[in-house]
Write a protein that binds this ligand. Structure first.
Ligand SMILES: [Fe+2]
Ligand SMILES: [Fe+2]
Length: 286
């Protein structure tokens, strides 16, 4: 297992470039008329990232990754060790201009805490991107970050860079290209296989210890086609709809807390150690 930051090489300069792209897409206060079409010229690294993501996220790929990771057989780590491990993703060459992974997580959770939300939600904010350790296991960027979407059914035109799905082998399979594909109408997202990434992984690592609204926040925080664009309602149950209120409540903290002052990680650490001890066992299975 390597902690070499180089392992996340290309096409994004670093993993956070995707997060920044999403934040700029949904900039606070931006109205609908400001949304522009993204293309290869404007954001070449990001476009190439989506081309790879949309080409390779097939149902078979997702099923294989679920089998590989969802059994949590990669050993145990304390939650804080996992944070420090994730922090090795940071590009040390320019420490002043970019937030470390821990800092992004803490800005998110501190903003949630400042608004008086429950402690489990503060914790969900603090761990929401820990699934990015997938990158350190050697997974390519396109299988770690990116807007998520169901596989095994038609790809919604609300997914950014939709045109790249033309290269996805599943588009050649008629069974996967109907509106519902392999799923029953309104079967509920629990039955739906989502494109593989850090959301699904951290959901599995933490699901036994957090309440259901946190499951939704973690598992669907990158499901922008649904929570920002209203897509895939035909697969969601009434219960999913209700739970998506929590996903919507969570999303602005993820997107818009980055402008805040850098959190004092050292000073805040005792609070977060206590918070993690309240919900998690000493070690989590990864
Ligand atoms: Fe994320
Ligand atoms: Fe995030």
């Amino acid at each position: 297992m390597s902690a070499d930051p180089q392992i996340q090489n290309g096409p994004l300069d670093q993993l956070d470039q995707w997060d920044d792209f999403v934040a700029s897409r949904y900039r606070e206060g931006k109205d609908q008329s400001e949304f522009r079409v993204y293309d290869e010229q404007a954001t070449p690294g990001v476009a190439e990232f989506y081309r790879l993501n949309h080409t390779h996220q097939t149902l078979d790929f997702v099923l294989a990754k679920e089998k590989e990771y969802c059994g949590l057989t990669r050993g145990k780590r304390t939650p804080w060790d996992a944070l420090e491990y994730l922090n090795t993703l940071v590009d040390d060459s320019d420490p002043d201009t970019d937030l470390s992974q821990i800092e992004h997580l803490m800005q998110t959770s501190e903003a949630i805490r400042a608004d008086g939300h429950p402690r489990w939600m503060v914790l969900a904010g603090f761990v929401h991107d820990l699934g990015k350790v997938l990158c350190l296991y050697g997974e390519p960027q396109w299988a770690v970050v990116g807007d998520t979407f169901p596989v095994g059914c038609a790809f919604s035109d609300q997914i950014v860079f939709h045109k790249y799905f033309a290269h996805n082998p599943d588009t050649k399979s008629p069974e996967y290209q109907t509106l519902h594909g392999i799923y029953e109408p309104n079967c509920g997202l629990e039955k739906v296989h989502m494109s593989w990434g850090h959301d699904e992984y951290i959901y599995h690592v933490t699901r036994d210890y957090l309440p259901e609204p946190a499951h939704y926040m973690l598992r669907y925080h990158s499901f922008y086609p649904a929570h920002r664009h209203g897509a895939y309602r035909h697969l969601m149950s009434a219960h999913d709809e209700k739970m998506f209120d929590w996903v919507n409540t969570f999303n602005p903290y993820d997107l818009y807390s980055k402008g805040a002052a850098k959190p004092d990680v050292k000073a805040l650490r005792p609070y977060y150690e206590d918070l993690m001890a309240e919900f998690f066992p000493a070690e989590l299975a990864w």
